[in-house]
Design a protein around this ligand. Structure first.
Ligand SMILES: Cc1cc2nc3c(=O)[nH]c(=O)nc-3n(C[C@H](O)[C@H](O)[C@H](O)COP(=O)(O)OP(=O)(O)OC[C@H]3O[C@@H](n4cnc5c(N)ncnc54)[C@H](O)[C@@H]3O)c2cc1C
Length: 484
């Protein structure tokens, strides 16, 4: 191999060192121009075109330790790719080492203990498939190809959050490789400060090689689906949605969206739900939704939870260009709904969207300081997404997102759910701080203890006291792409 890797600081990692790395791994090393390199640096958001110097696909914990140690020795920045869904492209870096965890996706259920051991590169489809067989489950992201790790480390909301809490609330233990290459088990007895911090603090503390999840009884069959209406009726639908979700049980989660009618590709508004309770109760509780208005398309029906978890995948295909912002609300006032309907119905193309997600129930019963995840009093998140394949639509899509976001910002909670983050903000450090609320100072202490040099910094970065600054360059790079 006559190759070498160039670090972010411009120095070269020699071919010999790379050859030694390759020889020491059970998994793969991918260098620029090698087969598989481009596939490994492709992530969900097509806006990002980053070229790591080295990509490592570990076969297990030993490889993760080797990769972390190698990056440290050679001054390479390290990015961790779980499912690759971070919209700001935090799974990648230019000129550093990407640890592509997609080679570690196993999920092993212990049905007796009602737990699942989930490797750090698993996707929700892996998790759901394995747990459903045992009539068990837990809260996961609503798109099956999103990574368990990124979602869970940042908090994690989905169709079961009212019943089982946030995804992070269900983690019993983390297996973690620290910045100095040490492997530790983190749970309620050992490294308790870190256990608290990993429940919402993101990828700041180390590489999670495995999560031990608590599972719950979950009938693999749920009542789920969506009803689609003409986009002109968005405001009425949003009002119905707000009123309906004021008193729903913890067996149901309901979303509302201005998006697309999947049957004919036209602009549409929709109400979507997943009821995971007993079937008669599900019929009863969902009746008002099923009787609401004249739907153009109705796909609400009993179906496997695993099928519903894949239903949104075609609407958000990988490789498309995306630009996102999100806002959190404790209530949806008339004014907020007016603004969403007014802007949403003028979105530039059917692929772009405004989606309201419901939180509550068990999710809101954890105290704000019990875990690092702060947003327990929030009832709704609005995700505004610009989505386009045709470059001529880019400007209009980005403007749509910015305008709707800016029109609503004064009505929303000051903080953001950082998993839906921070694509081109100028004040990233302030946003991250706000996203952790009063938990931030404690997170800084934990970060300073376990990663004083800020080795893990390609994330929603918590800067250790006196450490290296975070990755402002990530956001600068994104802005440059947009301005081009
Ligand atoms: C289509 C889509 C649907 C989504 N739906 C939901 C949803 O329903 N609920 C929800 O809460 N969020 C959702 N999100 C947001 C999601 O939480 C974030 O995008 C999250 O970062 C995705 O995790 P990932 O592993 O796929 O991402 P990646 O981009 O691979 O990773 C993001 C960051 O997570 C950290 N990370 C990843 N793996 C590891 C690891 N093994 N160890 C340590 N750190 C790691 C790293 O800091 C990395 O930079 C969605 C995103 C998309 C694009």
């Amino acid at each position: 191999m006559g190759n070498h890797a160039t670090t972010q600081r411009g120095s070269a990692v020699g071919a010999e060192a790379l050859e030694t790395l390759r020889a020491n791994l059970g998994g793969e090393v991918l260098l620029p121009d090698e087969q598989g390199y481009d596939e490994a640096r492709a992530i969900w958001n097509g806006m990002h075109d980053k070229r790591p110097a080295v990509t490592v696909r570990p076969s297990g914990v030993a490889d993760v330790i080797t990769a972390v140690t190698f990056a440290q020795q050679h001054g390479l920045a390290l990015a961790i790719k779980g499912g690759g869904h971070n919209v700001a492209g935090q799974a990648l870096c230019d000129g550093g080492l990407v640890l592509d965890m997609s080679s570690m996706r196993s999920v092993r259920v212990d049905a007796k203990a009602r737990t699942a051991y989930v490797e750090g590169g698993a996707l929700w489809e892996d998790f759901d498939r394995e747990t459903a067989v045992f009539r068990l489950g837990s809260t996961g992201g609503i798109v099956s190809t999103t990574g368990v790790a990124g979602v869970t480390l940042g908090g994690g909301i989905g169709w079961l959050n009212t019943k089982f809490g946030a995804a992070c609330d269900n983690v019993l233990a983390y297996d973690l490789v620290l910045a100095d290459g040490r492997f530790i088990r983190v749970d309620a007895r050992e490294h308790t400060d870190l256990f608290w911090a990993l429940k919402g603090g993101g990828g700041n503390f180390g590489v999670v090689t495995g999560f031990l999840f608590q599972l719950h009884d979950l009938d693999p069959q749920v009542l789920a689906g969506a009803r689609f209406y003409p986009v002109e009726s968005s405001r009425e639908l949003l009002g119905f949605y707000r009123d309906f979700t004021r008193s729903t049980s913890r067996d149901i989660v309901v979303y509302s969206a201005i998006w697309v009618n999947p049957a004919d590709g036209s602009h549409a508004c929709a109400i979507a739900l997943c009821h995971s309770g007993e079937s008669a109760a599900a019929e009863r509780e969902t009746a008002p939704v099923r009787g609401y208005g004249e739907a153009e398309l109705d796909i609400i029906a009993p179906m496997p939870y695993t099928a519903w978890q894949q239903a949104f995948n075609p609407l958000v295909p990988p490789g498309r260009n995306y630009y996102w912002k999100s806002l959190l609300f404790t209530e949806l006032t008339d004014e907020v709904l007016d603004i969403i309907a007014e802007h949403g119905t003028k979105k530039p193309n059917p692929a772009s969207y405004a989606v309201i997600e419901q939180f509550g129930g068990a999710f809101g019963e954890v105290a704000k300081t019990d875990t690092a995840f702060w947003h327990r009093d929030i009832r709704y998140q609005l995700v505004i997404g610009g989505a386009w394949d045709d470059p001529t639509e880019q400007e209009a899509c980005i403007q749509y997102v910015r305008q709707l976001h800016d029109a609503l910002a004064a009505h929303a909670a000051p903080a953001r759910y950082l998993n839906f983050n921070l694509i081109d903000e100028t004040d990233v450090a302030d946003r991250v701080r706000a996203g952790f609320g009063a938990n931030y100072d404690r997170l800084v202490q934990v970060k300073t203890t376990y990663d004083p040099e800020n080795f893990f910094r390609i994330n929603n970065n918590i800067e250790p006291s006196g450490g290296r600054p975070g990755p402002a360059e990530l956001n600068d790079a994104h802005r440059r792409e947009e301005d081009a």
